[in-house]
Design a protein around this ligand. Structure first.
Ligand code: ATP
Ligand code: LTN
Length: 327
């Protein structure tokens, strides 16, 4: 049996180039090797204020983007978190077994809550336990994510280990898998912050469905610096980010890219990176248009995903309830 992969993505805004390079294209690349579960995590997306009327269409749009990027719904189980109620049931049982101190160490909560700590919903704090439930429910061994999720996957390992110690071996202990290249794509308007769906701003991110001209405009406005040399230098995050995007999408090695840009200016760099991105995303846009031509296609895929996901989730929940003395 192939090893089980699970990963999730939030319908919290337009999927962007960071999601693609850091996560989605790696899911696609390894799809044939693994037994895959890819989940649209709508219950994570409600941990911050959102527009209920838009949620359904965001979920559908994200599912279509994932298929357009190459997720094959025959090969992989593609489904929506809230369609499988075991995710929230397991979350409560795990919350009762997760020390507060472990959650207090989570840097994403600190970043997202910031100075509003007293006012944000408690779901933002317990968010990593819902993520652990997602992963553990499917007896996952491999969790491919971007760099920002490493701490959460490690917490899932700790929660699984502690549960197995207390109640007997119920869960597979998962491993995070983070690709070195492009694990953290930065915002174009502020290359010290990661590109993110929930950051506002016309020039922050590249959407996976952006028109070529918009991509060129957005990259054209990317923040760089006042130096000249075009090198992979982490001290110069703007240029480093553009070069990294090029490297991740063109597949050329770093030294070849640096040699190519020797003596050239930032204008040339931006133009060429924009063309690399336009070319990489063209098939995604094309295939998105085909998939969404019939609105029922995506609903059918997600319905089938639910049917395929539920038996695994139900089997784990049964063992959890029994181990905890709840049945
Ligand atoms: P939000 O801004 O709402 O938190 P997000 O853009 O961070 O959303 P998620 O849906 O939380 O995206 O993440 C989906 C996957 O994409 C995760 O594996 C995450 O690690 C990865 N990812 C997100 N942003 C980046 C980025 N800037 N660079 C590389 N990978 C990323
Ligand atoms: N928390 C993740 C999304 C996510 C996830 C998961 C990723 C939810 N459940 C399970 C991997 C495995 C995020 O914000 N990127």
């Amino acid at each position: 049996m192939a090893a089980r992969v699970f990963s999730g993505i939030q319908p919290s805004g337009e999927p962007h180039l960071g999601n693609y390079i850091g996560a989605i294209r790696n899911w696609v690349a390894d799809q044939e090797r693994y037994d895959n579960y890819f989940c649209i995590v709508d219950e994570h997306a409600i941990t911050v204020p959102y527009e209920p009327a838009e949620m359904r269409s965001r979920v559908r749009e994200l599912a279509a983007v994932l298929v357009a990027c190459g997720i094959d719904p025959e090969r992989s189980v593609l489904f929506v978190q809230s369609h499988v109620p075991e995710h929230t049931e397991l979350t409560w049982l795990l919350i009762c077994n997760t020390p507060m101190g472990w959650l207090e160490r989570m840097t994403q909560f600190k970043d997202k809550a910031g100075s509003r700590r007293e006012r944000v919903g408690a779901g933002l704090f317990t968010y990593p336990v819902l993520m652990a439930a997602d992963i553990l429910l499917y007896q996952t061994s491999v969790v491919p994510v971007g760099d920002d999720q490493k701490q959460h996957v490690e917490l899932s390992r700790d929660i699984a280990g502690r549960f197995n110690n207390l109640y007997g071996e119920v869960f597979t202990v998962p491993e995070p898998v983070i690709r070195e290249v492009g694990a953290r794509v930065m915002g174009l308007d502020d290359p010290t912050k990661k590109m993110s769906k929930s950051v506002e701003g016309q020039h922050h991110a590249i959407g996976l469905l952006d028109e070529p001209d918009l991509i060129r405009r957005r990259i054209g406005r990317a923040v760089t610096d006042s130096l000249r040399e075009i090198r992979f230098d982490e001290e110069r995050p703007g240029v480093h980010n553009l070069l990294t995007i090029h490297h991740a999408l063109s597949g050329q090695d770093r030294s070849a890219i640096e040699a190519h840009f020797e003596g050239k200016g930032y204008g040339d760099l931006k133009k060429e990176v924009a063309e690399v991105v336009v070319e990489a995303l063209a098939p995604v846009r094309r295939s998105y248009a085909e998939i969404t031509a019939d609105p029922e296609t995506i609903d059918g895929i997600l319905e089938e995903g639910r049917e395929r996901a539920r038996p695994a989730a139900e089997a784990t929940m049964e063992s959890v309830r029994r181990a905890m003395g709840l049945r």
